[in-house]
Design a protein around this ligand. Sequence first.
Ligand code: NDP
Length: 290
Amino acid sequence: AATPSVTVIGLGPMGRAMVGAFLDAGHRVTVWNRTAAKADDLVARGAERAATVEEALAANELVVLSLTDYDALYAILGPATAALPGRVLVNLSSDTPARAREAAEWAARHGAVHLTGGVQVPPSGIGNPESSTFYSGPEDVFEAHRPTLEVLTGADYRGADPGLAALFYQLQMDIFWTTMTSFVHATAVARRNGISAEEFLPYASSTAASVPGFLAFYAPRLDARRYEGDVDNLAMGLASVEHILHTTEDAGVDTTLPATVRDFMRRAVERGRAGESFISLVEEFAPSAA
Ligand code: NDP
């Protein structure tokens, strides 16, 4: 069918948005959630409520899971493994690459196929084709279900290794949380100086908007392990971060964040990298084999 039916297990904010998107696109949807009442309004919109997990699994080949983490997956599917053979589990719960690989093996032992997903948008982005979700797992299975999954968001297939979708997701989150934390930190310094977040906002945004240009400049150098200090060097970077640290201190704001960056730079300088670009920090984080 052009609009195959689908099961959704897990009706948190994400799962609920997914059910809504499937219903809007004309798919029949069977739902199950530990707290059954969360299905009530979705049933009123046309979803079918499964009385048990087994019933939810039996209803459709394609089973989308939207749970807090992989522990919830085992808690829910562990007692229902008899209903797993032949199912395609699209696991849109976030966790580590290792956990995703382990779940793929677990599913295979029970006759099911596991596709890993990493959704890159909040619930409000579900149903928008411009949103993106990483997927990994067997390519033929993914491609067979791609049109249905693209009802939720755009799909970015990363490869057969089940860990890849989780890995790319965590790489994005690494940037997201450190960047957002630095924004909140800078806002704290601004606040202690009587400057509101709204007043600071255009400047914060303009710095953030300049980041892609720097990434594009440095990425090929990182891959080539070329750390020459022709446009920046760590001696200058260290001095700059020390100014941030002292500004933070003077404002009576917690210094842990800039001090951590300072410590990395200082360590690299002590190892003789003062004349190299700050991107040589990659060798502090993950030293190349000698
Ligand atoms: P929630 O944490 O709100 O999802 C909770 C769902 O997991 C509920 O259905 C809950 O059941 C179920 N659950 C949790 N633990 C158990 C358990 N031990 N046994 C049975 N069911 C359990 O998350 P969201 O809906 O916000 O997100 C779902 C996933 O999507 C998460 O992995 C999240 O990291 C990821 N994600 C979320 C984004 C967001 O903006 N919200 C953005 C991108 C990804 P019950 O209702 O009974 O508690």
